[in-house]
Unconditional design. Sequence first.
Length: 157
Amino acid sequence: MTVTIRPAEKRDVLAVTELIEEIERHYGATEFQPLEERRTQVEEALFGSPPLASALLVEDEAGDIVGLAAYSFLWPAAGSSHSLFLKELYVRDALRRQGVGARLMEELRSLATARPGCSRLEWMTERDNPGARAFYKALGFAEFNGKVVYRIDTGTT
């Protein structure tokens, strides 16, 4: 199957909103925000002023959105440089193991390399996600054990 990888556009908000619910289901969620609330959050995140994030989308031959890579630039990274931080990489089951995820990672690397002052591309995965860890290892990426992740919920979903 031929796919196109491209930046998200405002016309994609509903498709991304629906894909976000699919991603949540993939991770085991059973309760979801109302569609309109989720749609508003996606639109604000990707197209607000300023946008909070960016996304590369995977579009299939039929024009359906079948995957995404959501990312943000973070500052500072090394010294006064910044980094591209990949928050979510997702490809629908039907397209997995066909090189689509690898193409998304290549595209992200290209974005980071092309951006002046961007010193690295970073991401995380759960320790108990052997599929994701094997995927990144197969692409030649080594795990970095130098950080401990902390999180506090704000009560907002």
